[in-house]
Design a protein around this ligand. Structure first.
Ligand SMILES: C[S@@+](CC[C@H](N)C(=O)[O-])C[C@H]1O[C@@H](n2cnc3c(N)ncnc32)[C@H](O)[C@@H]1O
Length: 469
């Protein structure tokens, strides 16, 4: 574990519950200077060699952590496993005062190891690393669920090594070794490894090169395997909204030919996509949209801003009776908005998804200023700033076998065998964190071409390859 995060010997180290000092000995063998080591434990073990640490503190780590101004580059720990309910006072109160990564309270249902982990992250210097050996509960405990989800956002590189056989005599379950590096840096990957026995975990932690090459690990060590990505929920990455709900598509949506016939000026309409078949490429450009226009697709939305009210033809269209092709304004959607003829539209539209495409959900990026969608499609807005390659890498993640399986779980099949994906359900899908982003846009474009020609299997395999190496 020390080897997995060791680098320059001049960084500062912390073992928050050093016990007999197994990690301190390992640090010494990695030529870590004792002056750079802080060791803490509630009790001082008689066999502990305190000369291995510049600073030995005999105290409750959580009590000390709450007030110390110190920060560390490396934290390695084998924390105590005990339910907070079973802790005596004042250890329990001190533990409950620690906050999760997102500042939330930790409840009594949590375990001490989790509190040690949260308190340790708070002591890490940006760029720092930690390595913790944790119980198998890491994988499923509800109290650590949001930590598991967020860890990819907090660290540049995350490895989760699951050992199937017990690692300790007094722990019946297998264990987890969590290696989280580059604190507060952009996440590059979250990788998960499964190892048969402790010796395989140790081999993986020692052999840094093999570990960072997940594929090599799975190919060359039959007792260990790697899958990239603990995963991120789609909701962590983007927002999905319904396109504009017009309330009367017959009135508001029109083709270029209809627009001309009604002599409606360009300033009174806005370009939209309104059907799954309008998603014609990885990125819809103005050229793509114009082609839809030429093909008489209904890709104009009547949405006259105040300045368009100067136009006689716009006013004439607004005044038209229902029987003459005018709008039925009695519908709730239309009746309740002011002015009735302006459809509220999503503001930031980075892309589009169809919830009903027979090809399954995929993202068509928005490459045309002002292009929006009506509610037969969903719009996508990426959270935070990201490059087009980063976005394409996430879009690729949605096409992998793993994501397609997850999508099957959330799809709704209606009595007429119609398959639909609702925005809220899509957002629950967990995606593998892309291992790299450079060149993702080009790869995505070529894979979307495969999808559009119906070659879904090949598209999926190609997407998987991006995540394998
Ligand atoms: C699993 S052992 C760690 C073993 C250690 N790595 C070694 O080499 O012996 C957990 C340690 O946590 C210590 N501990 C328990 N509660 C603590 C607390 N609140 N603050 C600091 N140490 C604590 C225990 O005394 C014990 O030594």
């Amino acid at each position: 574990m020390v080897a997995s995060i060791a680098s320059s010997q001049f960084v500062s180290w912390l073992d928050p519950c050093c016990g007999k000092g197994a990690f301190l000995k390992a640090m010494a063998s990695h030529e870590v200077v004792p002056q750079n080591v802080t060791a803490i434990d509630l009790v001082r073990e008689s066999s502990l060699d305190t000369s291995l640490a510049g600073q030995f503190i005999c105290d409750d780590f959580l009590n000390w952590a709450a007030t110390t101004g110190q920060q560390f580059d490396r934290i390695v720990a084998n924390p105590p496993y005990v339910g907070l309910r079973r802790l005596r006072s004042p250890l329990r109160e001190t533990a409950l005062a620690v906050k999760e990564l997102d500042g939330k309270e930790i409840g009594l249902g949590a375990n001490y190891w989790f509190v040690f982990l949260c308190a340790s992250v708070a002591l890490l210097r940006p760029g720092g690393s930690l390595c913790f050996v944790l119980p198998a509960a890491w994988d499923y405990a509800r109290y650590s669920a949001s930590f598991r989800r967020q860890i990819g956002e907090k660290f540049g590189e995350v490895e989760i090594h699951r050992c199937l056989e017990p690692m300790f005599e007094d722990v019946k379950d297998g264990s987890i070794v969590l290696v989280a590096k580059q604190y507060a840096e952009q996440n590059r990957y979250v990788k998960r490894y499964r190892h048969k026995a402790p010796k395989h975990v140790i081999a993986a932690l020692n052999n840094r090169q093999t570990v960072s090459e997940g594929r090599q690990l799975s190919n060359t060590h039959k007792d260990s395997s790697c899958s990239v990505g603990e995963g991120r929920l789609l909701s962590d990455i983007l927002r999905i909204r319904l396109g504009g709900v017009t309330g009367d598509v017959g009135y508001f949506l029109m083709s270029e030919r209809q627009r001309r016939k009604l002599r409606l000026p360009i300033c009174s309409v806005r370009p939209v996509v309104s059907k799954a078949r309008h998603l014609v490429s990885a990125t819809i450009t103005r050229t793509d949209w114009k082609r839809l226009c030429v093909n008489s697709e209904r890709v104009w939305l009547f949405d006259p801003p105040p300045r368009a009210r100067r136009s006689k033809t716009v006013n004439a269209y607004l005044r038209l009776e229902k029987s003459e092709g005018g709008c039925d304004r009695r519908g709730f959607k239309i009746h309740s908005r002011n002015p009735w003829y302006r459809t509220p539209m999503p503001r930031k539209v980075d892309g589009f998804i169809s919830g009903m495409s027979r090809l399954g959900p995929w993202i068509s990026f928005n490459g045309m200023t002002g292009l929006n969608a009506t509610n037969t499609l969903y719009t996508v807005e990426f959270k935070g700033s990201s490059t087009s390659d980063e976005r394409a890498a996430w879009a690729l993640s949605l096409l992998t076998t793993q994501a397609r399986k997850a999508l099957r779980e959330v799809r709704r099949v209606y009595p007429d065998r119609l398959i639909k994906y609702e925005p809220g359900d899509l957002l629950k899908v967990r995606l593998n964190v892309p291992p790299r982003v450079n060149g993702a846009s080009a790869r995505y474009a070529s894979i979307v071409r495969m999808i559009l020609t119906g070659d879904l299997l090949r598209a999926r395999k190609q997407a998987d390859l991006w995540f394998e190496g």
